[in-house]
Design a binder for this molecule. Sequence first.
Ligand SMILES: [Zn+2]
Length: 288
Amino acid sequence: MIQDIAPWKLRIEFEPHEPAPGDFVFDFTREGLLLRQGESLSFPTLEEWRKLPASGEGAQLIYAFRLEHEEEAGREMRFFLALRRTDSDIPAPEGWERLPARALWGYGWGWPAFAGITAFHLFNWYSTRRFCGRCGTPARPGGKERSMVCPQCGTVEYPSIPPSVLVAVRDGERLLLTRYNRPGTPRYVLVAGYVEAGETAEQAAAREVMEETGVRIRNLRYLGSQPWGLSGTLSLAFAAELDGPDTITWDREELAEACWVDRKDVPPVPNEESITMKIISAFRNGEW
Ligand SMILES: [Zn+2]
């Protein structure tokens, strides 16, 4: 999956320090992440970024995270986020391009894709917390922890990571698959949705399956989790069995289709970078 980046390991601990030569900069604008033009994902170093026209204007560099090499002690890469006071359009200079974060996954790019998507999660959070949500005063990044602090009323906000659930519902040799009613999402996925206030993850799973497809489930079993920075969520994946009638009545506003698919008819997945695709692929291969 996209977070499996061995031999690198994401160290998300907040360890603020001054950016130094060789550190990398994530520079997001409305048009996307600044990358070197080419076949791979390559981010500007601090020195390169500072030389690019307009890049440093009004931007504050905030420590994001580092990647640590698990086999070579001391080998690491450190990453900073460029934050500006407003969302801006800064065209990519010659030799560079801007790519939307959603274009980073699905191509087997390894650690740069996971780093870029995790940076996108942090960038989105920072850039929607520029003002205190309680009193409206411009907020400042916290110095000791990853937070935004209001200098007026003292409100402290921490990165938001809403949990969402994914549910793989089985009826014997059939899997319940859905397709979203949105352009650009042709492939089958699993039932998914956000956990609501006051709900357990298990209750959210049962509710989402009922709302999207009209069937009941039993024997819910936790499969695993995945950070999904594109939506800023943590996905909690479950397997479940059909409980009762198999008649599907799908939510036509949200879904283009919901159906039972025989194991032998489950189409191959385009990649296994998301936990959804990993689970569908494992069912197709008879692993569960
Ligand atoms: Zn405030």
